[in-house]
Design a protein around this ligand. Structure first.
Ligand code: NAD
Length: 340
């Protein structure tokens, strides 16, 4: 594999930290330029000669981003707000970071003719009723404007369309990947997680740890496919490697259709597993799993997606990739990380 400079913006986040770790472990000929405003999750990587960390806020310092981007071969802009409670509480912050700042980066990538690997999201399919969401044929369906949670989906969808259009008009080299509920260690800080502010796995884990009841929004009948971060990172690495151009101008769902569970089942599995950990057993035995109304939990501008399953045939065929890790295995890895 050729030497490459890989710019990861948001490298200090959940996906960025795991991706950086795997690149440093398996691709010594690749250098990472890592941009973030946080470095807690990548402390263990900072001393590596192939890892160059820049503490840059992309909302205020785009000229610095441009300097680094100009020296890179591949750009992964991972900095975004990806947390449903923020979509409804502060939708304009989502728009400014997820759309405006990322649009500026996409334009720079086009200007310097670099290769772009962009995180779209399973949320772009929104309320689509297909049994499995297909990259090329499924509709992207969002709710009314008053349901502000769709600002994240709409921001990502419009960027997908801008990137696609640059591909058609300027032959931009790009790959879009759509994560379907990546889970793993370092997802969120569960020890300081404020109430209602995390993604589902870490929210539940935080509740169990702090001895708070678990709230199932509207009964927890929503179905999601969870994919272990190690499986997901393997797919992103195949995209970066881009063997024989297999990922060129492609869109890939990255998810595990074999790990389809309701949120209610997830909560009960997690509480049962937690009873086996010394640090969690007391609180896991004490808390209850209860139903809450979405209006009470998220406010009026929330709207949920009842079922979300990826079709992954494209990733299987083109990237020669298939996810392997079950939900239970993945949860064990996460609980071991935080509580062993
Ligand atoms: P994350 O929140 O863990 O990481 C984002 C990183 O961006 C953080 O380290 C944060 O400090 C950094 N950041 C935020 N604002 C910044 C700024 N102004 N300047 C510089 N850095 C800034 O998110 P993640 O889970 O790693 O997700 C990465 C990407 O993948 C996002 O675009 C997200 O929308 C997308 N995505 C993730 C999932 C998932 O399951 N995790 C699902 C769908 C889409």
């Amino acid at each position: 594999m050729n030497a490459m400079n890989i710019l990861i913006i948001g490298a200090g986040g959940f996906i960025g930290s795991h991706l950086s770790e795997q690149i440093l472990k398996n691709h010594q000929q690749w250098k990472i330029f890592a941009i973030d405003i946080a470095s807690d999750k990548i402390k263990h990587l900072l001393a590596d000669d192939n890892f160059n960390f820049f503490n840059i806020n992309i909302l205020t310092s785009m000229p610095l981003v441009e300097e680094i981007l100009a020296k890179s071969d591949v750009v992964l802009p991972l900095a975004a707000i990806a947390n449903p409670s923020v979509y409804v509480k502060n939708p304009l912050a989502v728009f400014e970071l997820d759309f405006e700042a990322n649009l500026a980066i996409v334009k720079l990538v086009a200007k310097y003719q670099k290769r772009l690997i962009f995180p779209s999201t399973s949320e772009v399919y929104g309320l689509c009723s297909d049994e499995k969401f297909e990259e090329e044929t499924s509709y992207c369906v969002t709710g009314p404007v008053c349901k502000q949670r769709w600002i994240y989906s709409a921001s990502k969808q419009l960027l997908d369309r801008v990137i696609y259009a640059h591909g058609v008009r300027d032959s931009l080299s790009y790959t879009l990947f759509r994560p379907f509920n990546f889970i793993g260690s370092r997802l969120d800080d569960i020890f300081n997680a404020s109430y209602g502010s995390s993604r589902v796995i870490t929210q539940f884990l935080s509740n169990i740890y702090h001895g708070n009841d678990i709230n199932l929004v509207d009964g927890g009948g929503q179905m999601r496919c969870f994919i272990d971060i190690d499986d997901a990172v393997e797919a992103i690495l195949r995209i970066i490697e881009n063997e024989n151009g297999c990922a060129e101008q492609q869109i890939f769902n990255i998810g595990n259709p074999g790990n389809l569970w309701t949120i209610r089942e997830l909560a009960h599995i997690m509480v049962d597993m937690a009873k086996k950990y010394d640090k969690l057993a007391d609180s896991a035995n004490k808390i209850t799993v209860r139903n809450v109304n979405s209006r009470e939990y998220y406010g009026d501008s929330y709207q949920d997606v009842s079922r979300r399953v990826p079709a992954i045939k494209r990733a299987q065929e083109l990237l020669q990739w298939t996810p392997k890790i079950s939900l239970e295995e993945s949860l064990k890895k996460i609980m071991d990380f935080y509580f062993s």
